[in-house]
Design a protein around this ligand. Structure first.
Ligand code: ADP
Ligand code: F6P
Length: 324
């Protein structure tokens, strides 16, 4: 028989992402509507181990849906990667009467959720990362805001690149995944899009492309470089030396992770948060909420972590053709 969950905890873990607050709000309000008590766990697994836990009422999430970051705070907690930390985490849940936890974060955070589930705490994951690198879900909270923020910033760099007839290498986040780079590369009409999944470290090809485009009269050359490839500054130096075109590197950095979430991020986060609270009400555990084929669904975390995600060959090919 499914365990009846009476008190749930909610935490955000790993890198913050715009829309996490909408998810916390939805988890809280749906769980309260389901008759459960809600505890906010601050600073991810770090706060769980330290007992930084407080009861949350509906008004605690008022005026938060439009805010970037996470009202609960987040952290990367190495102590939770080992048995001792995980046992202490489960003990802390028991101490505070928490029998279910919603973890909003990425793959790493789900491994922590798995560990809690194995120790009898019902756990549900929600995909929260700007990187879109969660295999089981076509949507992750924060991606939409991040690509729109990056897109606007890249448009601005493009203006000045055109005025000065420069080449600009703009580095975007994404850890080892190239989704932010691919989407912005297409949306910003970049001349080259470098993503870790496809890049063959053939700088000569980029150099030839720049020279060809100069001959065709292009006034700028925008290269979107994914963080997973990196080294934008040294790449700029080499490209300038080889082409004679002034080349600058811009690393967009943490601005991509902040700011007020887009409507899409707020909406998806709200539905996913409510869905997670409902899974706990049904006694489910070790599940992750996902968006797949136009539907909100859930997967076993073990299965979700074993899934692979690849960049679509077709989309990558289109991106290459349109950049010419
Ligand atoms: P993300 O959740 O965005 O992938 P991280 O990989 O940094 O971010 O993971 C966030 C946190 O999740 C880590 O700091 C750690 O506390 C926890 N975590 C990561 N991997 C594991 C693991 N293998 N076992 C238990 N907890 C983990
Ligand atoms: O996972 C989100 C992300 O912003 C990645 O794109 C990036 O690689 C990483 O987090 C940076 O993490 P930190 O905040 O620890 O520097």
């Amino acid at each position: 028989m499914a365990k009846q969950v009476k008190t749930i905890g909610v935490l955000t873990s790993g890198g913050d992402a715009p829309g996490m607050n909408a998810a916390i709000r939805a988890v809280t309000r749906k769980a309260l509507a389901n008759g459960m008590k809600v505890m906010g766990i601050q600073r991810g697994y770090k706060g769980l181990l330290a007992g930084e836990i407080f009861e949350m009422k509906s008004h605690d999430v008022s005026d938060t849906i439009q805010k970037g970051g996470t009202i609960l705070g987040t952290a990367r907690c190495s102590a939770f990667r080992n048995e001792e930390g995980q046992k202490l985490g489960a003990d802390m849940c028991k101490k505070f009467g928490i029998d279910g936890v919603v973890v909003i974060g990425g793959d790493g955070s789900y491994r922590g959720a798995q560990a809690l589930a194995a120790r009898g705490i019902n756990t549900i994951g929600i995909p929260g990362t700007i990187d879109l690198d969660i295999a089981c879900s076509e949507y992750t909270i924060g991606f939409d805001t991040a690509i729109n923020t990056a897109m606007q910033a890249i448009d601005k760099v493009r203006d000045t690149s055109s005025s000065h007839e420069r080449c600009s290498i703009i580095e975007v986040m994404g850890r080892n995944a190239g989704y932010i780079a691919l989407w912005c590369g297409v949306a910003n009409g970049a001349e080259d899009i470098l993503i870790p999944e496809k890049y063959e470290f053939n700088e000569q090809e980029i150099i030839n492309n720049i020279i060809r485009n100069r001959k065709r009269g292009k006034t700028h050359h925008i290269i979107i470089n994914a963080e997973g490839i990196g080294h934008s500054t040294s790449m700029a130096r080499r490209i300038e030396a080889a082409t004679g075109m002034e080349t600058r590197a811009t690393i967009l950095g943490y601005m991509q992770r902040g700011g007020s979430p887009t409507c899409r991020d707020r909406y998806y986060a709200s539905i996913m948060g409510a869905y997670a609270a409902d899974l706990l009400a049904e006694g489910k555990t070790n599940r992750v909420v996902s968006y797949k084929h136009g539907e909100f669904v859930d997967f076993d975390i073990d299965e979700a972590l074993a899934m692979q995600k690849e960049i679509s060959e077709y989309q990558y090919e289109v991106a290459r053709i349109l950049s010419i």
